[in-house]
Design a protein around this ligand. Structure first.
Ligand code: IK2
Length: 377
């Protein structure tokens, strides 16, 4: 890979990073025709990957924004609460995942965001929610946008998987672009760790969409005052790789093809795992049978019993595996079942039952399906 500006290979970058990289990153997420970019209302700084972008954004808000509370989805990426708390914000959660359906708790989300104080900050995963793999539909995103704008809540988008979820860079940015299109403000953290495979290069960007070009200039200068004493200026190499690819149409096209192939492979792993589990029969544990008995026999007999909030002890029909999207799947396996699979099948996943679909192959799917089936029956 020929890195442009060879003569600058080891020189410091400015505090805000590689200018080409910043412009191209904003274009990638907001779209080339974004009104915010055309009106120069976007302040973008290169940061140390997604984590660094979130932290710089958090520190900026703690210093300059009137509300210090940030609402974070429950569950979320494990590092989010610490990043924002250490930046000086107060992290609170909003309901996001429904264990019973292994889908979005949309009602709970709306209720919790509605009860946030006016002006509060709300963290939103742009696509491929980590760890659940559950994303709102476009209609639900529109409802979220209307609610947030009506309460003057400040969106802080986190995009660590653009293009990796659906295979389309534009599709995976739709949620963000809906908010930018309404002319409101937002913060946007971008990571190239996954979608460019640049994990260790620590390449990311923070963009703040402002109300005017004049405010964007002021915001950029305040961002420099956050960055300078934190890490002074960002690394050159990774940002040069990204800028070189985004600038060159042939390389960009090659990248989008590779990205789609990676996303399609993950989607195919989901289908293969779902089919492998389906042919192994229903995941019906004894406890699950007992619950069914209680639910359909005993409860109707004693009407006074409140409707038990019924949670399947096991994930049921597994369709959530193909409904969820992106790198991770929230299987619905509990910590005992995860421990069983570790001990008996040497399969390792986080204790909350999250698996990385990228780690699967056609060869390993049958072994995983055997282990899951043994764990839930
Ligand atoms: C939602 C989200 N935001 C931000 C980030 C930060 O990524 P980075 O700082 O590497 O760009 C990540 C990376 N997570 O890593 C995979 C895992 O959960 O084990 C992320 O998932």
């Amino acid at each position: 890979m020929l890195i442009q500006n060879e003569s600058r290979v080891k020189e410091y970058l400015p505090i805000t990073g590689l200018a080409d990289f910043n412009k191209l990153s904003a274009k990638l997420i907001f779209g080339a025709d974004s009104p915010a970019i055309q009106e120069n209302r976007v302040a973008t700084v290169q940061c140390l990957s997604g984590t660094g972008s979130l932290r710089v954004g958090g520190e900026f808000l703690a210093r300059h924004y009137h509300e210090r509370t940030i609402y974070i989805p429950q569950p979320t990426w494990g590092n989010h609460p610490k990043v924002f708390t250490l930046a000086g914000l107060t992290a609170r959660s909003y309901r996001y995942y429904d264990p019973a359906t292994r889908g979005l708790d949309f009602q709970g989300l709306l209720e919790d965001i509605s009860s946030a104080p006016s002006g509060a900050i709300v963290l939103l995963h742009a696509c491929a929610h980590n760890p659940t793999g559950v994303d709102p539909t476009l209609e639900q995103w529109e409802q979220i946008r209307q609610l947030m704008r009506s309460k003057a809540l400040l969106p802080f988008f986190d995009s660590a998987y653009q293009g990796f979820a659906s295979g389309s860079l534009d599709k995976d940015a739709q949620s963000v672009r809906m908010f930018v299109a309404d002319g409101g403000e937002l913060l946007m953290a971008q990571s190239y760790a996954k979608n460019m495979g640049l994990y260790g290069e620590r390449v990311g960007a923070l963009s703040i969409v402002c109300g005017s070009a004049d405010i964007a200039v002021k915001v950029e200068s305040q961002l420099k005052l956050v960055i300078r004493p934190m890490y002074s200026n960002p690394p050159l190499h990774g940002a040069s790789i990204v800028a070189t690819i985004l600038k060159d149409s042939a390389m960009f096209d090659e990248w989008t093809l590779e990205l789609k192939a990676m996303a399609d492979r993950i989607i195919s792993m989901r289908e293969q795992l779902f089919n492998a589990l389906k042919i192994r029969g229903p995941s019906v544990s004894k406890l699950w049978m007992f619950n069914l008995l209680v639910h359909f026999l005993l409860i109707p007999l004693c009407q006074s019993v409140d409707h038990l909030s019924y949670h399947a002890e096991t994930p049921g029909d597994w369709s959530h595996i193909i409904k969820q999207i992106g790198m991770f799947t929230f299987t619905g396996l509990n910590s005992d079942q995860v421990a069983f699979m570790r001990q008996e099948y040497h399969i390792y996943m986080t204790s909350d039952g999250r698996i990385s679909m990228a780690g699967l192959s056609s060869r390993t799917v049958p072994h995983l399906a055997d282990a899951i089936h043994a764990a839930v029956t």
